[in-house]
Design a protein around this ligand. Structure first.
Ligand SMILES: NC(=O)C1=CN([C@@H]2O[C@H](COP(=O)(O)OP(=O)(O)OC[C@H]3O[C@@H](n4cnc5c(N)ncnc54)[C@H](OP(=O)(O)O)[C@@H]3O)[C@@H](O)[C@H]2O)C=CC1
Ligand SMILES: O=C1O[C@H](COP(=O)(O)O)[C@@H](O)[C@H](O)[C@H]1O
Length: 499
């Protein structure tokens, strides 16, 4: 791998502490860091190089997935790090940064490859990009790359403005937009699952698939992020990015070649085929909700409106479910359902593919369950197939059986999303980063929903914390003769019977 300088804006922040330093450390342990690298952290507060190295060390001890931090190795790793004080608005700070970058490039005989990671609030992106350009940091004899964290804009217009400003300093190929869902092993695996398995590939279309359900439910509430979340809601926080990215990865056609350009091209085609929503369709096809108090994992929790920092009159959505249609010959009349919410019964990110069952009528007196392919993304990584089979203990009645292809043993040693993504960015592989066109098309699709939500043109369904969300989200599927899988309300009612 080429030698480089990694410049981290926001190096004293939460994301750096919890994700970025541990990811860099694990890459180091796996010998996946460049042989020669200089890592420069930036923040407003005054820190010496060794203070900063101590912070990096603490973050690894607290958050690294592995504890192979014997002192000798740790010392070598920490020696890559230097710190420079920088206020994003002070031009002279970029000059000091440039001096440090050049000094380290000289000391370590590095090529002039520079990676800039903006782990700061998005309102700083534009200023930083401009200063990178004007200060000379961006003029190199090697390559330059920019990694940015979502949110990429607050709506379509602001996203376009942001992109336009970034593009004054960086080319599209130089921008790596992190969507950490694209770093999850099972999301990355979707492409292999559907295209490397002829059995599944032949079934991956409207002839055989009845509907697709994508769920990202969380048990946590708004946590300490009300300032951001109350302005964003689930629609911006999860749907515009993660949920639509999973949709693209699930519905894309087989690329001509498996490479970044072709995969991103096919993903874009999914978004271009996504049926746009007008106000009427938003009313029919979108359900929004907000949690009230309840019990999650045995703990009583307060309502969204009682959370610190949330406006007591907030109409912010903490739950969104939607029915989507992809107007592409492969997917005509196949509904895709998505839903995401906070303070729900379980933490589960999964895709369920329900297959059509044309043989159902042949078995009289036997209500058959559909075949399901269940792809569990988080917290478990697993693929399972639900089939129908005769049960010898029940007079040969046809009952569903599950075949599990559990990955849990392997997943213990699997790199985390940030490790995979940072490694890919080091290598210039943008396959699992969001292309601007994907981001723009996602905002275009979401924009009418923002309008309807902001003008309160649809009900805000209150749902109990610890539930499966508003019952109205079931109706989206019932309208088409389907239900969410696994059969959750049934499981819920069974639990109640046993109680
Ligand atoms: N935390 C998370 O889990 C996630 C965060 N993100 C995104 O990552 C980004 C960073 O988030 P997070 O780490 O949580 O934020 P924090 O508030 O914890 O950290 C912000 C960082 O920005 C620096 N900073 C603030 N103002 C300035 C300034 N004027 N000049 C220079 N540096 C400044 C701070 O340094 P100092 O105080 O020293 O000035 C600090 O290092 C955000 O865009 C967020 O949306 C995305 C996904 C998850
Ligand atoms: O980006 C975000 O994702 C998390 C959920 O991520 P996961 O990896 O735990 O599924 C969500 O809690 C957060 O609100 C959102 O900003």
């Amino acid at each position: 791998m080429e030698s480089m300088t990694f410049v981290l804006f926001g190096a004293t922040g939460d994301l750096a502490k919890r994700k970025i330093f541990p990811a860099l450390y694990n890459l180091y342990v796996d010998q996946k860091l460049p042989q020669s690298i200089s890592i420069i952290g930036l923040g407003r507060r005054d820190l010496s190089h060794s203070d900063f190295q101590e912070k990096v060390k603490d973050s690894i001890l607290d958050f690294s997935r592995r504890l192979e931090h014997e002192a000798a190795n740790m010392g070598e790793f920490l020696d890559y790090f230097r710190y420079s004080t920088l206020d994003v608005n002070r031009e002279e700070d970029y000059q000091s940064l440039l001096e440090l970058v050049r000094q380290r490039e000289k000391e370590l005989h590095l090529e002039e490859n520079r990676m800039f990671y903006l782990s700061v609030a998005p309102e700083f992106f534009e200023t930083i990009a401009l200063n990178i350009k004007n200060s000379g940091l961006g003029q190199t004899n090697g390559w330059k790359r920019l990694i940015i964290e979502k949110p990429f804009g607050h709506d379509l217009q602001s996203a376009r403005e942001l992109n336009e400003k970034l593009s004054r300093a960086f080319e599209e190929e130089e921008i790596y937009r992190i969507d950490h869902y694209l770093g999850k092993p099972m999301v990355q695996n979707l492409e292999a699952l559907s295209f490397a398995n002829p059995i599944l590939q032949s079934l991956w279309n409207k002839e055989h698939i009845a509907n697709v359900q994508i769920t990202a439910s969380e048990t946590v509430g708004v946590e300490k992020r009300a300032g951001y979340y109350d302005q964003a809601g689930a629609i911006r926080d999860m749907v515009q990015n993660h949920m639509l990215q999973i949709l693209m990865m699930t519905a894309m056609a087989k690329p001509k070649t498996i490479n970044a350009a072709e995969i991103r091209h096919e993903k874009r085609k999914v978004m271009e085929s996504l049926r746009p929503l007008k106000e009427k369709e938003v009313k029919n096809d979108i359900v929004r909700g907000q949690y009230i108090s309840g019990e999650v994992n045995g703990q009583k929790v307060q309502s969204y409106l009682e959370e610190p920092g949330v406006s007591p009159f907030s109409n912010t959505d903490t739950f969104v479910a939607a029915r989507l249609w992809i107007d592409h010959p492969s997917w005509t009349e196949v509904p895709f359902y998505i839903r995401t919410g906070k303070r729900m019964k379980e933490k589960s990110t999964r895709i369920v593919i329900e297959f059509k069952n044309k043989e159902n009528q042949k078995y009289k007196n036997n209500q058959m369950n559909p075949n399901l392919l269940i792809i569990e993304i988080n917290p478990n990584e697993n693929i399972s197939l639900q089939l129908n089979s005769k049960n010898p203990l029940n007079n040969g009645k046809i009952t569903p059986i599950r075949i599990d292809f559990s990955n849990n043993q392997i997943s213990l040693g699997v790199p985390e999303a940030y490790e995979r993504l940072i490694y890919d960015a080091f290598n210039g592989d943008s396959t699992f980063f969001a292309h601007w066109k994907e981001v723009e098309l996602s905002w275009e699709w979401v924009q009418p929903i923002l309008h309807v939500f902001e003008n309160n043109l649809v009900p805000l369904h209150k749902y109990q914390s610890g539930s499966y969300g508003p019952a109205a989200s079931d109706s989206l599927l019932l309208d088409n003769g389907f239900k969410w899988w696994p059969d959750e309300r049934l499981q819920e009612s069974k639990v109640k019977v046993h109680n």
